[in-house]
Design a protein around this ligand. Structure first.
Ligand code: PRT
Ligand code: ZN
Length: 224
C-alpha cells in the first residue's frame, strides 16, 4: 500500500481534547503504535494513522491535504474559516459533532461595569484569542470596538488595563469568577468535531472515512 492509501487523522497532542479523542478512536476499534518523537501514531489494524499536533494547526493541515480528517473544537475550526488566507480556503465540513470538549465563546465584562447589551462595547477594547469570531459578532451588530488579540491569559487583560472586556472560552465559569468578570453574551457554542474536506478523496481513503463515520455513529449512539 502506498503511504497516502492510508487515512491520516490530526488530533491534539496534549490538551483537553487528547484523552477523549483517543478514547473515541479506541472505541472505534482502532489501535496505534506511537513513534519515538510521539508526533505520529501508526495504525496497527486498519490503515488509519494519527498525527499529533497543536489544535490550532489542525484545520490548516486538512486544508493543505497533509491530513484527511481532524478532531478539533468548533471554536478553532470557525476561527480558521474566518481568518485563513484565500489560498487556504478549502471548504472544510463538520462531519460529526463528538459530544466532548463542550464550552462556549463568550463576552465577559468586569463585574462592576454597567452592561446593558452589546452596544455598550462601542469604543471599548476587547481582548481575545478569537479576533475572527469576535470581529464578525461586532460587525453583525454594527459595533465599532477595538479588538486586542492575545495568545493567552486573556482573562487578566482588564486588570492589567490593556482591555475593557474579554471574549474567551468559558466552561464552568470559574476562571471568569476568579478574575471578577461577568459573562454577558455567548458568541458560539462549541464542542469537539470530526472535521474533513467537504469533498472526500475518491480513493481508498474515501471508503475508510465511510467506515470510520459508521463506527463513530455507533459509539455516539451507545453513549447517548
Ligand atoms: O497546545 P494546544 O494549542 O494544542 O492547546 P490549547 O491550550 O490551545 O487548548 P486546550 O487543550 O486548552 O483546549 C482545547 C480545546 O478544548 C479548545 O479549543 C476548546 O474547543 C475545548 N475547551 C473546552 C476548552 C475549555 N473547555 C476551556 N475551559 N478550552 C479552553 N478552556 C479554558 C478557557 O480558555 C479558560 O482559560 O479554560 C478556561 C475557562 O474554563 P472555566 O471552567 O474556568 O470556565
Ligand atoms: Zn491551541
Amino acid at each position: 500500500m502506498r503511504p497516502r492509501d492510508r487515512l491520516r487523522i490530526a488530533m491534539q497532542k496534549s490538551g483537553r481534547l487528547t484523552e477523549p479523542a483517543q478514547d473515541l478512536l479506541m472505541r472505534c476499534g482502532l489501535a496505534f503504535r506511537q513513534s519515538r518523537d510521539k508526533l505520529f501514531c501508526f495504525g496497527e489494524g486498519e490503515p488509519v494513522d494519527l498525527l499529533l499536533v497543536r489544535d490550532d494547526d489542525i484545520p490548516g493541515l486538512i486544508a493543505q491535504g497533509v491530513c484527511d480528517l481532524g478532531i478539533v473544537g468548533r471554536n478553532v475550526l470557525n476561527e480558521y474559516q474566518l481568518t485563513a488566507g484565500r489560498e487556504d480556503a478549502v471548504a472544510l465540513a463538520e462531519w460529526r459533532a463528538l459530544g466532548f470538549g463542550r464550552c462556549r465563546l463568550s463576552l465577559a465584562v468586569p463585574q462592576e461595569m454597567d452592561y446593558a447589551g452589546p452596544v455598550c462595547m462601542a469604543g471599548k477594547r476587547i481582548a481575545t484569542s478569537y479576533p475572527g469570531l469576535l470581529g464578525r459578532w461586532l460587525r453583525e451588530r454594527g459595533i465599532d470596538a477595538g479588538v486586542v488579540t492575545l495568545a493567552g491569559s486573556v482573562e487578566i487583560a482588564p486588570r492589567l488595563g490593556t482591555a475593557d472586556a474579554i471574549c474567551d472560552l468559558v466552561q464552568s465559569g470559574g476562571t471568569l469568577a476568579a478574575n471578577q468578570l461577568r459573562e454577558t453574551d455567548v458568541l458560539l457554542e462549541s464542542e469537539a468535531l470530526l472535521v474533513g474536506p467537504q469533498v472526500l478523496p475518491a480513493d481508498e481513503r474515501g471508503d475508510l472515512v465511510g467506515l470510520l463515520l459508521k463506527r463513530i455513529d455507533g459509539v455516539i449512539q451507545v453513549r447517548e
